[in-house]
Ligand binder design. Structure first.
Ligand code: DX5
Ligand code: ZN
Length: 219
């Protein structure tokens, strides 16, 4: 099972609903990058803007929180109706409590790892989560180059998931995913792919999602 999650980070913000319409029939989840200008040097959607997007779109929303205080804020995105809420392990002081609060609102729970964070730090929490997000760029901006050296982390996470958790845990990659890189990530074991610029810079974003899906399945 392959899932493609277009990121609206670099879509046209002034015409967001038209941009989302372009990808709604072919995408699995809508990836919403929330940045607070503290955890990362960029600010994107506020909680209110996120609520509006979540309530107005028909696609399940995959919220990726790049914020400094997920322990206080993450469950609010679940409460707002995000299908999945992912927070960064590096930003959380009490990940178990935060996982439980998100789950109690009925959302899937993801934990994200920045490129320098080893997979081993996440191993003790794996039985409590629904998705691992391995960043393939430094979080903060769209349009960066895919870090191929992250594939060994993806392989490690895949081995752990296959030996203990099977299909229950999705393995997501985010950053620099394109027709040139998606097969590498899929070969390493990712099953859920975020793509921002590759989708929204394409002449036909909806069709690009199908091309990415085919490329992910081709290895
Ligand atoms: C980066 C974000 C990504 C970004 C991906 O911090 O988490 O989701 O939008 O954009 P591309 O696909 O352009 O790397
Ligand atoms: Zn993201």
């Amino acid at each position: 099972m392959i899932r493609i999650c277009p990121s609206i980070l670099n879509a046209d913000r002034n015409n967001l609903s038209a941009e989302i319409d372009k990808i709604s029939s072919t995408s699995d989840l809508l990836h919403l990058d929330v940045m607070d200008n503290i955890f990362v040097p960029n600010r994107t959607f506020s909680l209110d803007e996120s609520r509006k997007i979540i309530s107005e779109t028909s696609i399940p929303v995959d919220a990726h929180l790049m914020i400094a205080d997920p322990d206080e804020q993450a469950y609010l995105y679940a409460k707002a109706g995000a299908a999945s809420v992912t927070f960064h392990l590096e930003a959380s002081k009490k990940p178990r409590e935060t996982i439980a609060m998100i789950a109690s609102e009925g959302s899937r729970v993801g934990i994200a790892l920045k490129p320098d964070t080893p997979f081993e730090l996440l191993a003790p929490l794996m039985s409590e989560i629904d998705m691992v997000l391995i960043m393939t760029v430094e979080p903060g901006f769209g349009g960066q180059s895919f870090m191929g050296e992250m594939m060994s982390k993806v392989t490690k996470a895949r081995a752990e998931i296959d030996s203990k958790y099977f299909e229950k845990i999705w393995l997501q990659v985010d950053g620099g995913i394109s027709l040139a890189t998606i097969a590498l990530a899929s070969e390493a074991g990712a099953d859920t792919f975020v793509a921002g610029s590759a989708v929204f810079k394409a002449a036909n974003p909806g069709e690009m999602i199908e091309l990415l899906r085919a490329a992910a399945l081709s290895n």
